[in-house]
Structures are given as C-alpha cells and as structure tokens.
Design a protein around this ligand. Structure first.
Ligand SMILES: NC(=O)c1ccc[n+]([C@@H]2O[C@H](COP(=O)([O-])OP(=O)(O)OC[C@H]3O[C@@H](n4cnc5c(N)ncnc54)[C@H](OP(=O)(O)O)[C@@H]3O)[C@@H](O)[C@H]2O)c1
Length: 320
C-alpha cells in the first residue's frame, strides 16, 4: 500500500486528484483540511509528516486567484505560497518522502515569452507585474524541488517533480465575483444574466486575446502520470536545473469564442458586447506541451464537454 498525501485536497485540482486516486485500491490517501492542518505553520506541518509515514505527496495547496486578487493582495500571495511550499517540501524530505509533485502555474514565464511557451523560457525575462509575487513563489517551489534533488537525490533516493498547468477550469472552481478566473467568472455572469433576463452581457476588452484552457480532471490525470513516470524516462526529457513540465490543452481560443461557447452552454440568448475601453492583457498565452506529450500524456476532454460538466456542477452546487 502506497501512502499518498494530497495537500489541498478540497481545492479544485486537489479534489480532482483525490477523486482519481480513490479509484486505485493499492493506495492509502492521507488528507487534512485547513482547520486540521494550517500549511503555513512550520511546526504543524513537521508534526503531520512525522506522524503519518507518507510515501508520496501531491502539492496542490496554494493561495490562488485572478488578476484582481493578485493585484490587491501581493503580500499574501508571496508569503503564503512560499510558506506552504517550503514547509511541505522540507518536511517531506525530513520525513523520508521519496516522491513529490509540485504544482506551479504558467505565470512563472516571462511576460514576453515566445509562443507557444517552452519550459526553457523560465527566467529568461521580466514577469507580468500584476502576478509577479505569486510567480516568484511558484518559481521558488520549482527551484526547491530541483535543489533537494540535486543535494539529496542520490544520497536519499528522493525524486521531486514539478508540473506547470495552463488555465484550468472544472468542478470545484471558485465563482467569487471579484477573485475568480475567466471561465467561472463568465459562467456566473451569463447564468445570472439569463436568470434576470438581461439583454446584454458586456465583456472587458476587444475579445481578441487568445487563451488556453484545460479541464481539471485532465490536469489530475497529468499529475498522476508524471508522478508515476519511470525516473530514467523522466530524466531523459528534463535536466537537473530545468525539470518542470508544462501541462496544456495544446490549442488556444479567443475570448470571443470562449464567450460564445459559454453563452451556448448556459443557454443565454442575449447580446454579447465588448467594452474596448478596458485593457486586453497579453495578446496570446499558449504553453508548449510537447514534452508531456512525448512522456505519453494527452488531454481527453474537449472545451465544449468540459464546460457542460462544469456548468452542471455550478447549477448543482448553487442549489445546495
Ligand atoms: N486554477 C487554475 O486555473 C490553476 C492554473 C494553474 C495552476 N494552478 C495551480 O494548481 C494548484 C491548485 O489550484 P486550485 O485551483 O485547485 O486552487 P484552490 O481551489 O484554491 O485550492 C487550493 C487548496 O489549498 C488549500 N490551502 C490554501 N492555503 C492553505 C493553508 N494555509 N493550509 C491548508 N490548506 C490551504 C485551500 O484550502 P481551503 O479549501 O481551506 O481554502 C484549497 O483547498 C495551485 O498550486 C495553483 O497554483 C491552478
């Protein structure tokens, strides 16, 4: 029996990893809610690892949010994320955890990185200023995994890996009116407009920026796939100081196309307008996901299907 701890098992990604791993009878899952274990508390985390004899860790706990949240709470984004990663990675090492998977984000890449963004674009240019504190914390997480591997990989047999997801969506997403990402924000707005009979939904910007979206259950399958890859195969596709792996859908769409799809999914029949006085942000953000493809993983869920599942779950959870 392999003992696996999922940090952040109540979050969108962590709960999806949890659902997927529950199907495997040869694993024992260890979880703790924030009330039971505050991951920013070094002593609590150390005691938790000491008590539980954990074999593997999925590090899916983090302070996460959209542009507004990142802009408003930069101190929280850098401090909480650094603490969570540092506590978990170090306590995992101190307590004999051999395998760990750290989840980062595509915002680790420079603002003007080439498109699609390859893994080796990391640390080649300036970051987007709005989420720089969050990105710096995520880069620190990757570098912690690499540093522990470099110092203790051979002597202690540890193998700590990192994956960088593109924008994710799916069941368990955050629908907060100010702090949510684009898909949950648009689902909520179109749904509310349909219920209140609004004739128009206005969207910020021109609608022309292109973005990539991955369904969360596909992300969970990528995490489990990367965690279980044979070490020599993983090592062939990475290096000791460039070890993270992009996980994307492989195709991007415009915000306009996304808005039409969400209107269709939510059965909103009013007009969609674009407020071009508002900023567009980066024109394109697409990850280069060739390495994970070569490692034998690909996404299974189309955006149309993923949005339908997400909307059904949104309706179900708003009735609770
Ligand atoms: N969502 C995306 O589009 C996206 C994109 C790229 C990368 N990622 C990465 O994927 C990972 C998971 O993201 P997510 O979307 O699943 O986020 P999420 O839904 O906000 O889940 C994060 C989880 O971490 C827990 N957590 C945060 N601080 C904690 C603390 N101090 N002690 C204990 N638990 C704590 C939260 O607990 P509570 O439930 O108590 O809040 C929550 O369960 C993150 O590393 C994120 O950077 C996400």
């Amino acid at each position: 029996m392999v003992k696996i701890y999922i940090a952040g098992h109540l979050g969108m990604v962590g709960s999806s990893i949890h659902r997927a791993l529950l199907k495997n009878p040869s694993v024992e899952l260890i979880t703790a809610s924030r009330n039971e274990l505050d991951l920013t508390n070094q002593q609590e985390v150390a005691d938790f690892f000491y008590r539980n004899s954990i074999d593997q860790v999925y590090l899916a706990a983090a302070k996460v949010g959209g542009i507004h949240a990142n802009n408003s709470y930069p101190a929280e984004f850098i401090y909480l994320n650094l603490m969570i990663e540092a506590n978990i990675i170090n306590s995992a090492f101190q307590n004999g955890v051999k395998k760990l998977l750290f989840l980062g984000s595509s915002c680790i890449y420079p603002k003007l990185a080439e498109q699609p963004i390859p893994e080796n674009a990391l640390l080649t240019g300036l970051l987007e200023s709005t989420n720089e504190p969050y990105a710096i914390a995520k880069i620190a997480g990757i570098k912690m995994c690499e540093s522990y591997n470099r110092q203790y990989g051979l002597s202690h047999g540890i193998d700590y890996r990192s994956v960088m997801p593109t924008n994710l969506y799916g069941p368990g997403d955050n629908y907060h009116p100010e702090n949510s990402h684009v898909i949950p924000a648009l689902i909520r707005r179109f749904h509310d407009a349909k219920i209140s009979g609004d004739e128009e939904v206005s969207i910020w910007g021109t609608g022309t920026p292109r973005r990539e979206f991955l369904f969360v259950d596909d992300m969970a399958s990528a995490c489990i796939h990367v965690m279980n890859l044979d070490k020599s195969f993983y090592d062939q596709h990475t290096s000791t100081t460039l070890s993270h792996i992009n996980v994307g859908f492989g195709k991007d769409i415009t915000i306009k196309e996304l808005a039409s799809l969400i209107a269709e999914t939510t059965c909103y029949t009013g007009n969609i307008t674009y407020d071009t006085s508002k900023p567009d942000g980066t024109p394109r953000k697409l990850m280069d996901s060739n390495i994970i493809k070569q490692l034998g993983w690909k996404p299974e869920t189309s955006l149309e299907t993923g949005l339908k599942i997400t909307y059904q779950e949104f309706i179900r959870s708003s009735k609770l």
